[in-house]
Write a protein that binds this ligand. Structure first.
Ligand code: DAK
Length: 253
């Protein structure tokens, strides 16, 4: 399997599994990854995903330069739509970055909501060194997430930054020792799962949709999501649990 999907306690762990090639994304990896993200989106038992890479060296070194890039000029070569666009995944996604995240690998990280990195992680968009630009969102997401000059540094220099620098500029949430990476990601996922899952999805959807709206329209959107949440069983459970001084038991209803 080029992409492994495992689940436990409402959390799916999705592993890019081609360690001998730094988890580079061949057309087959891309297809399996897209299918796996749809499986995660549509699996009612799963509330949060953690994406990581197999091995100690790389999250992913990006698109496969030997198997995928030479085919890009061929107009009949089409990849399926993926996580970068159009899947509408409102469940939270955590990136557990276990090494290099380059090119398309970094673009997967940018499509994740929470990003936890091992100390040996590095982040970059080397596409310009190949005479290309990022094609899965890098030129659009980085300047929306970082100060302009830091996005420009990454995109125009094509030179990776290390995990501490990525943390310092706000590209990632936390840096941990490699041995603590997965347990930290699992702790964050478990913490998210303690909250009402419908509320979590509404919060993410409101954040994403609101990014492309005026503040006024965004506030209206928030109002309509808020009103919808007040009719859920989860909301009733949340306020009852508070009054009864116990932990809420959310069902996602
Ligand atoms: N593709 C294919 N194989 C790769 C690879 C990659 N991106 N990265 C590493 N490998 C393979 C190497 O070829 C080598 O395989 P063997 O020779 O052993 O068979 C093995 O992994 C180990 O690599 P190295 O021997 O080079 O190991 P080092 O430790 O010396 O260096 C490295 C590791 C990751 C720094 C280096 O391999 C490297 O610079 N790799 C290239 C990284 C890169 O340029 N990534 C960006 C790719 S461009 C699209 C949208 C987006 C994209 C494509 C299409 N569409 C809209 C259609 C995305 C483009 C990109 O991501």
């Amino acid at each position: 399997m080029l992409v492994v999907y495992e689940k436990s306690d409402h959390v799916a762990t999705i592993t890019l599994n081609r360690p001998e090639a730094f988890n580079a994304i061949s057309p087959e990896v891309y297809q399996e990854f897209s299918d796996t993200m749809i499986r995660f989106r549509d699996d009612p038992d799963v509330w949060v995903a953690i994406i990581t890479g197999a091995g100690q060296k790389a999250f992913s070194a990006g698109a496969d330069i030997k198997q995928m890039l030479p085919r890009l000029a061929d107009k009949s070569f089409a990849l399926p739509p993926g996580i970068m666009r159009g899947l509408n995944i409102w469940k939270p996604i955590i990136a557990a970055i276990n090494g290099l995240a380059l090119g398309g690998g970094l673009e997967i990280v940018l499509a994740c909501d929470i990003r936890i990195a091992a100390e040996n992680a590095r982040f970059g968009t080397p596409e310009v060194s190949l005479g290309l630009i990022p094609g899965w969102g890098g030129t659009q997401r980085l300047p929306r997430m970082l100060p302009w000059c830091k996005a420009a540094e990454i995109l125009l220099m094509g030179k990776p930054i290390d995990a501490q620098e990525a943390y310092r500029i706000g590209l990632i949430n936390k840096v941990v020792a490699p041995a603590e990476l997965m347990s930290t990601a699992q702790e964050w996922a478990a913490r998210i799962c303690e909250n009402g899952p419908i509320a979590i999805r509404a919060a993410k959807e409101a954040m994403i949709r609101g990014m492309n709206m005026s503040l006024d329209d965004g506030l209206r959107l928030e109002e309509s999501f808020f009103a919808g949440l007040t009719t859920t069983e989860d909301f009733k459970e949340g306020i009852s649990a508070f009054a009864e001084k116990r932990k809420p038991q959310y069902k996602g209803e």
